[in-house]
Write a protein that binds this ligand. Structure first.
Ligand SMILES: [Zn+2]
Length: 130
């Protein structure tokens, strides 16, 4: 059994922080969804400011949803006593990293690798479009 970062007091604090974050993200998402629904009657053309607004909202929603997923994931891990364990390599996540990003599900190394792969994919997609 890998040692968990921090004592139970630290874990309680992390849980409170994660739950707060989850509520905040859910509220923000609900707001964005509302905005999007209100604009549903408008059929904006490309180049229209509304079009860009919608694109921006959609992009923001994707980011928030991803964060919400991470937060829920971290909360579940906390319940199972697996909080702070990297889901990719099963090593403990750096405590300093959890301090700044309590919903981290991967250690710094794995996160960097995954992000590098994502970046490459994104570049390729952009190229495909042109
Ligand atoms: Zn890892």
């Amino acid at each position: 059994m890998t040692k968990l970062p921090g004592d139970s007091e630290t874990l309680d604090r992390e849980r409170a922080r994660l739950e707060e974050e989850r509520v905040r993200l859910e509220e923000e998402l609900a707001h964005l969804r509302e905005d999007m629904q209100q604009e549903v009657d408008i059929e904006p053309d490309e180049g229209d400011p509304v079009f860009f607004e919608r694109e921006k909202s959609a992009a923001l929603m994707a980011v928030l949803e991803r964060r919400l997923q991470d937060t829920n994931h971290a909360l579940r891990a906390l319940e199972k006593g697996e909080y702070g364990i990297c889901e990719r390599c099963n090593n403990p996540i750096e405590p300093e990293r959890l301090e700044v990003k309590p919903d981290a599900t991967m250690c710094l190394n794995c996160q960097r690798e995954v992000e590098a792969v994502n970046r490459r994919n994104r570049v390729r997609r952009t190229v495909d479009r042109w």
